[in-house]
Write a protein that binds this ligand. Structure first.
Ligand SMILES: NC(=O)c1ccc[n+]([C@@H]2O[C@H](COP(=O)([O-])OP(=O)(O)OC[C@H]3O[C@@H](n4cnc5c(N)ncnc54)[C@H](OP(=O)(O)O)[C@@H]3O)[C@@H](O)[C@H]2O)c1
Length: 350
């Protein structure tokens, strides 16, 4: 066995290099042609049934509007039912022929099953599942009062998507459907104080890449990895070190600091457009893809920049005086980089 591994150690690098040299250029050309075809013949979702989790605010809410404007029939789920009804009313106004609202806590497997069952019972089919519901934690591992209080991050972000996918899978297979999953560029960027969030988003990527292999061509999957986008999350709503949901602008500024925060309407439009074109991955804004290149080729530089901008403090006593936040305060970056909606502390409630 050792001899085989010694042989593989010697043979795998040159084999990989020459295989890439030979196959990658024609494959890239083939994908380019396919992309042009898909742009012309992108999926028409008019009359199709789409279940969106976390549709009461932020990206999920605007994905609902995008699908509605294309004439899709919608099942909207989240915990704040009144907000969902408002989103549903707007969806009906802008073109959806039928919208139902389902109160769901995605961290509960029974709730996820009931949501899928209710959708299929009402519409008799399910074409797209958008796994969007998510929360974030912002606290360092060592600051957490009681580590188990942070379990909801994994329960909602990861398990919520897994449960819903499990129950939706047979219906999606029947319709040759699509799953859109909201991961994050945090799945590769090691942003401090968000270790569990980052891990939950990385877990989603690996889970859905494996599901692609299991589903084959029966169910298509689009993995979305946005940068910072305006929503309640970037308003500073997250789980604190006490395990309580808080809205904290100062900590948000430490995390987001000099990153521009994208408009949610533009992002939702780009996600739906690219998913209907059959893209396997969508990163919005698209320049964030470059951070992946940095991460693969020079991970030490990515770690160093994150530590400098988000952890290193200057010119003050407070742990909040991080380099990134201080620069932003000095140049008045908030007004330029952050949309007005995330500068308010007001979170919509039921
Ligand atoms: N905004 C960003 O910068 C950004 C970047 C990358 C990825 N993402 C991802 O995008 C997705 C949407 O987030 P967002 O930015 O739009 O934030 P958001 O405005 O806070 O929306 C989160 C949604 O998830 C729902 N949700 C939370 N916990 C839930 C639970 N237990 N059961 C059911 N629904 C639940 C919320 O509804 P209720 O509270 O009514 O239940 C809400 O509709 C998340 O997965 C997030 O991680 C966001």
């Amino acid at each position: 066995m050792d001899l085989v591994n010694i042989f593989m150690n010697l043979a795998a690098p040159p084999f990989t290099f020459f295989a890439m040299l030979l196959f990658l250029p024609p494959w890239t050309f083939f994908k380019f042609c396919l992309r042009i075809l898909r742009t012309v013949f992108s999926e028409d979702v008019s009359g199709k049934v789409v279940l969106i989790t976390g549709a009461s605010s932020g990206i999920g809410e605007h994905l609902a509007y995008e699908y509605a404007s294309r004439g899709a029939r919608l099942a909207l789920s989240a915990r704040r039912e009144d907000l969902l009804r408002r989103v549903a009313d707007r969806c009906l106004q802008i073109g959806s022929p039928d919208v139902i609202v389902i109160r769901t806590d995605v961290s509960d497997a029974h709730d996820c099953k009931r949501t899928v069952d209710q959708t299929v019972h009402h519409f008799k089919r399910l074409d797209h599942l958008v796994n969007n519901a998510g929360i974030s934690q912002v606290c360092m591992l060592e600051e957490a009062d009681e580590i188990t209080n942070l379990r909801p991050v994994m329960d909602i972000n990861f398990w919520g998507s897994v449960y819903t996918t499990k129950f939706a899978a047979p219906h999606l297979r029947n319709c040759g459907g699509r799953i859109i999953v909201l991961s994050s560029s945090a799945s590769w960027i090691p942003l401090p104080r968000m270790s569990l969030y980052n891990a939950s988003k990385a877990a989603l990527v690996q889970f859905y890449e494996t599901m692609r292999v299991e589903f084959g061509s029966d169910v298509k999957i689009t993995i979305v990895t946005p940068g910072f986008i305006e929503s309640e999350l970037t308003q500073g709503k997250f789980l604190s070190h006490e395990g309580k949901m808080v809205v904290d602008h100062v900590t948000r500024d430490m995390q987001v600091n000099l990153s521009p925060v994208g408009k949610v309407e533009t992002t939702a439009r780009a996600i739906v457009k690219q998913a209907l074109r059959g893209e396997r991955y969508v990163t919005e804004p698209s320049w964030m893809k470059m951070s992946y290149v940095w991460k693969v080729l020079w991970p030490e530089a990515v770690e160093w920049v994150n530590r400098l901008m988000c952890m290193t403090t200057i010119g003050g006593e407070s742990r909040h005086d991080t380099v990134g936040k201080r620069i932003m305060d000095m140049v008045g970056g908030r007004g330029i980089l952050y949309p007005a909606s995330i500068q308010s502390s007001e979170i919509k409630s039921d």
